[in-house]
Design a binder for this molecule. Structure first.
Ligand code: CU
Length: 290
């Protein structure tokens, strides 16, 4: 008899757990998002919740979202979109592997965010007023997410062949990271976009002659934020100095390979290499940002 009562209690306990669990999950005060391992390489955007897990979270006004970087690469969580740029609501700056970043949302609304280093990584935070109809808000969010997915498609072919190029192209920076590199065939320019160059620094870049061809005398022409700049050149390696706040370095040659795929692969290779370099150089100073 006593055994029966115990087992009844046991069953009751299990049932009450099942009953309570959903409300615990529905707690909208906090949410945790993790960086998907491998998201520093494009392709994660083709899977639902492939880059940020999950890519959309809903919290109440006053709630806090924590992003945990479970990846091996450094990432940022920056409000805004890659096309329109940072919106200024929140910005983690570089979050190293194993670190995290939190933000408390005081206003209702939907907040797009992305990774400045890997702009194919996009997510959204929905902040709802308690009076607001949760269902409608979510629907709107879903629609926006679909739009974002479509945008990401142009990155698809960029994922191919990345391993082949990464060892052909090297770059190091003493301040900030490379956001991306673009090629402009019309004026034979390689555009290096910097991010987070808060101090004066130097970019050391070894150019791949398959992508950018120098002028007949073997030289290039360099502009930092549209100002002509003196630089050192040793073979194909350029040492370009820039001052704090610099955003754009242009390297002009006689010819730049037009193929988008190639340029996209360089961007990736450069981004990855620069992150590795930056991670090893600044690990000590950046980690305490918890
Ligand atoms: Cu990233």
């Amino acid at each position: 008899m006593q055994q029966k009562i115990y087992s009844l209690f046991g069953l009751l306990a299990i049932f009450s757990l099942i009953a309570i669990a959903p409300s615990a999950f529905a707690d909208h005060g906090t949410a945790t998002v993790t960086n998907a391992p491998g998201s520093s390489v494009p392709g994660c955007e083709n899977t639902a919740d492939g880059c940020f897990i999950p890519s959309m979270v809903t919290i109440d006004v006053g709630g806090e979202v924590t992003w945990e970087n479970d990846d091996t690469a450094a990432h940022t969580v920056t409000s805004g979109t890659p096309t329109e740029g940072p919106s200024g609501v929140f910005d983690s700056s570089l979050v190293m592997a194993g670190s995290s970043f939190s933000h408390t949302f005081e206003d209702a609304g939907s907040f797009d965010y992305f990774c400045m280093v890997h702009p194919w990584m996009q997510g959204m935070v929905m902040v709802t007023d308690e009076e607001m109809a949760h269902g409608d808000e979510k629907m709107e969010g879903m629609k926006e997410m679909e739009g974002m997915k479509e945008m990401g498609h142009s990155d698809e072919h960029a994922a191919k062949g990345i391993e082949d190029l990464s060892d052909q192209f090297t770059t190091t920076l003493t301040s900030g990271v490379i956001h991306h590199i673009g090629g402009n065939t019309d004026d034979s320019t390689l555009l290096v976009h910097l991010f987070g160059a808060n101090d004066d620094g130097e970019l050391k870049i070894t150019l791949n002659s398959d992508i950018i061809t120098p002028f007949d005398d073997g030289s290039y022409f360099v502009l930092v934020d549209s100002e002509e700049t003196e630089f050192e050149q040793m073979g194909n390696t350029l040492h370009i100095e820039y001052s704090a706040g610099a955003e754009k370095i242009e390297i002009v040659g006689s010819h730049v390979v037009p193929e988008f795929g190639t340029i996209a692969m360089i961007v990736l290779a450069v981004a990855i290499v620069s992150i590795i370099v930056l991670t090893t150089k600044t690990r000590a100073t950046l980690i305490p940002k918890l």
